[in-house]
Design a protein around this ligand. Sequence first.
Ligand SMILES: *Cc1c(COP(=O)(O)O)cnc(C)c1O
Length: 440
Amino acid sequence: MLLKTTGASDHNSTFRRAIFQGLAPDGGLYHPSELLDLNPILDRFDSDVTFQELAARLTYGLLQDELTMEQAQRICSRAFSFSPILVELDKSVSILELFHGPSCAFKDYGASFLASCMEEFLDSPSGRVIILTATSGDTGSAVARAFYGSEGIDVVILYPSNRVSPLQEKQLTTLGGNITALEVEGSFDDCQRMVKSSFTDSELNSKLVLTSANSINIGRLIPQAFYYIWGWLKQNRREFYYAVPSGNFGNLTAGVLASTWGMKVPGFLAVTNQNDVVPEYLATGVYTPRASVQTLSNAMDVGAPSNLDRLRAIFSDDWRYMAEKIHYEVVSDAETLVAISDAMEEYGYTMDPHTAVGYVGAMRMARENPDSSITLVATAHPGKFPEVMERALGDSQRLPQRLEELLQKRKESIKISNSVASLRSFLMDKFAHGNLQDTQ
Ligand SMILES: *Cc1c(COP(=O)(O)O)cnc(C)c1O
C-alpha cells in the first residue's frame, strides 16, 4: 500500500516508513494513494469471523508488499486481545461497542495496532525508539497501555499537572516499565509546544530516535476500518448506515476507507456536538476552522478537525459528492443528557455522553426515514464519565473493574517545568547516556 500526502508535494511513502514519521515531510497527512479493492478477501469471510482473524487477513491484504502473513498475524494477535461487541437494540438500530479494550475507548484499536507494528518494524541504529507524546488525558492513556512492555520502545508522556482527571492521571502514571509520565507544571499547550520543539532539535535527534504516536498517524487509522467491516459482516452484509460520534473525524474517515475497500453500506451519519465545522462544510462547501467550545462530550471538542483533509482527498475534493455519502446531525448538551436517560428507559441501555450524541443523530435519522437501519458506533464506556452520567441518570455508573483497580495503585510521575530545556535535559539524561554505551 503506497501512501501519499494531503500536503502540497507529490512525496510518497511505504506504510513502514510512514508510521515512524507520523506527519509527511511536507506537513500533510498520509493516506492510501489509490483505492484498493479488498472484495476478494471480504468475499471469503463469513459472519462469525473473529476480529483478530479478520484484522490479520486485511492487514496482509493491504500490506502484502511490506510483510508476510505470519507477520500480519503476529501484529494482530499482539495488538488485539480485545474485540468489538455488537448489540441489537431493536430491528433497525444496533450498537457496535468499541470500548472493551484496556483504556475503555475506541482509541485502543489504533494505539494497539500502531504499537504492535512499530515493534515489528523497528530498525533504528540503536535498536530503540522513544515515543514522545503530549496528552490532555484520554489519548495518552490509550497510547501508554498500548506500548506498555513493547520491546525496543520507550514512551514518554507529558501531561499538564492538575489538569487531567484523577482516573486519567492514574492511567498515565501507574504502569512504570517502559512508560514514563512527565507531570508538566503548565498547560496542555505547553506540553505540545515542548514535544514539537524536541522533534526539531537537531542535537537531540542526532543522539536519539524520537517519534510520535498521535492520532494523525496512519498506523492508527487503518485498524479502525477493520471494526466497521467486522460489524457489517456480523450483520450478514445487510444495508445500514453507520452513525459515528465525531470530533477529529478519524473514526469516520476509517469507516469511509472501509467502504472504498468493498464494505457496501449506503452511507454514514456523522454526528457532532456544537463543534460543527464539518457539518457546516457538508452543507455549504465552506470550511471555517475555529476555536473549539467545551461540551459534555469533550473528546469531540475539536474546532479544526485534521482528518477533513483525508476525507477531501478520498472524495477528490468534491464536497457535494462527500455530502451524498456522509449525512450529518448536530447535537446540543441538553439533548445529550436527555438521550442518555431515553436510551436507558427505552432499551435499558447505558451509553456514555459521546455515544449519546451519536444516538440523538441516529434517532433523528430513523424518524425521518423509518425504513433505514442504523448501526451506532459506541466510542467509550459510560463508567469513564461519572459526573455526566450522574446528571443524566441520577446515579453514577460503576467503573469497569480494570479501571477501578487502577485507582488503588500508586502514582509515579516526574515533575518538570514547562520549558523546552527541561524536557531536553530529561531526555538526554535518561536516554542519551544509555545509547552511547550501547553503540560502544
Ligand atoms: C476521540 C473520541 C471521539 C471522537 O473521535 P474522532 O475520531 O476524533 O472523530 C469520540 N468519542 C470518544 C470517547 C473519543 O475518545
